[in-house]
Design a protein around this ligand. Structure first.
Ligand SMILES: [Zn+2]
Ligand SMILES: [Zn+2]
Ligand SMILES: [Zn+2]
Length: 262
């Protein structure tokens, strides 16, 4: 099985609408999502507003069909692409959609998403905390702004190695630390590099672990950490930027759209 990064940006992508910062002028990253590819079959984790382009890169490069989708939480960058699954778009037939009970109830009671279940485009499979699915994927509930759904990170078995996909989280609590230390590779929330990134906002009120803190906390397992879900303000977006070079020197990695892990 292969893991393909379909997208590696925070929900708004890079470039972000309404911004002309240096990253938005030059860098292109689509919203965070991964595909797990086995022969001619792919599962996707999160369905982003960039899904049209992500789908065609996936299908064009690997010639696969999508057999199921998983969703981590109800922030629109992680599920907004579901609208492309309905009759105005893909019009898929009974695609299994794995999500938590609360997230399902939110989608099933709100248009335009409820229509996807009613029309038979999607069939819901409810994720239960730490219960492994038929794909060998185990959800772990994590702390995040949970207005409409809870949020999960996903434990994935990739060729006998344990991967943890955690694109969006408020903070890394002790449980999450323990999971990261027990996994072979963790792909974690790298939204912000540090506190200086949004000078016009009080960043102490904005969650997400900071990459700079993670570098300190995980220096002994640097080669097992990959950052994703980068905000357009994150200096790690800058190719060959100082922060990126320093991070790579210490053994950490930053995911790029199109990267493959095996
Ligand atoms: Zn997000
Ligand atoms: Zn920008
Ligand atoms: Zn989120």
């Amino acid at each position: 099985m292969k893991l393909l990064f379909l997208g590696t940006a925070q929900d708004g992508g890079v470039p972000q609408v309404g911004c002309s910062c240096a990253n938005c002028s030059t860098v292109r990253r689509s919203a965070a999502s991964i595909a797990l590819i086995e022969d001619k079959d792919a599962l996707i984790i999160d369905v982003t507003p960039d899904f049209r382009w992500q789908y065609h890169r996936l299908a064009g490069r690997f010639g696969v069909d999508i057999s199921a989708a998983y969703l981590t939480h109800a922030h629109w960058g992680h599920y907004g692409g579901l609208m492309l699954f309905g009759r105005e778009g893909w019009n898929c037939d009974k695609l299994p959609l794995y999500l938590t009970r609360r997230f399902h109830d939110f989608l099933a009671s709100n248009e335009p998403f409820s229509e996807l279940f009613q029309s038979g485009n999607l069939v819901a499979h409810i994720l239960a905390e730490k219960v492994e699915t038929v794909h060998g994927i185990k959800p772990v509930v994590v702390p995040h702004r949970d207005e409409y759904s809870d949020t999960v990170g996903l434990l994935i078995d990739l060729n006998g190695r344990k991967f943890f996909y955690l694109p969006c989280v408020d903070r890394l609590n002790t449980d999450i630390h323990n999971i990261i230390r027990s996994c072979d590779v963790s792909i974690i929330d790298g939204t912000f590099y540090d506190e200086s990134e949004l000078p016009h906002r009080d960043m102490s009120k904005i969650p997400h672990p900071r990459v700079r803190d993670c570098i300190r906390e995980f220096s002994d397992i640097a080669d097992r950490i990959i950052f994703t879900h980068l905000n357009h303000t994150n200096p790690l977006c800058e190719p060959e930027g100082e922060e990126l070079m320093r991070l790579l020197d210490r053994g950490f990695r930053v995911a790029n759209d199109g990267d493959v892990l095996e």
